[in-house]
Design a protein around this ligand. Sequence first.
Ligand code: 5GP
Length: 179
Amino acid sequence: MHKDISEILVSQQEIDDICTTLGKQLTKDYEGKNPLLVGLLKGCVPFMSDLSKKIDLKLEQAYMSVSSYHGGISSSGNVNIKMDLDISIQDRDVIIVEDIVDTANTIVTIINLFKHRGAKSVKVATLLDKPAGRTQTYEPEYVGKTIPKAFVVGYGLDFDEYYRNLPYVGILKPEVYKK
Ligand code: 5GP
């Protein structure tokens, strides 16, 4: 698996530091509140797990599954809800936990949906941000690391469902997805 990676972009140590920093910031910003973390499956899983352990608040966690990729390496532009939340977000302070924001189609669609459903506040914590990929103006409130426009895998991020279990984030060799 590791031989398919051309460069490590975010190491295990760096991911650990990011979770600690963002966790402290969220603990401070949401003091006195009981936020609801909403993870977007499947890419959010390792980040949700590590980040939530660094937030020193009574919080709830929920998941939904959305997709905009169909096994390839670029967004289709259409966001499908494959599995919806199992709890109400009415009057809740929601923090969406994302693996990566690229075009921002997914996150903007979900933010609008949550506002429409009556959330009190909706903010986004993303491990990675790829601002060069944007097709609309949008800036996440909490960003672990800003990365250049490249297709990355690992720490939850996949290519054709593989590589999610890499403990770091790396750039996939183009010959792997051009096969
Ligand atoms: P957006 O809607 O912002 O274009 O993309 C959001 C989703 O596309 C992410 O949650 C992720 O699933 C996928 N995505 C965007 N960029 C990458 C990437 O570089 N690698 C992988 N594996 N998925 C990505």
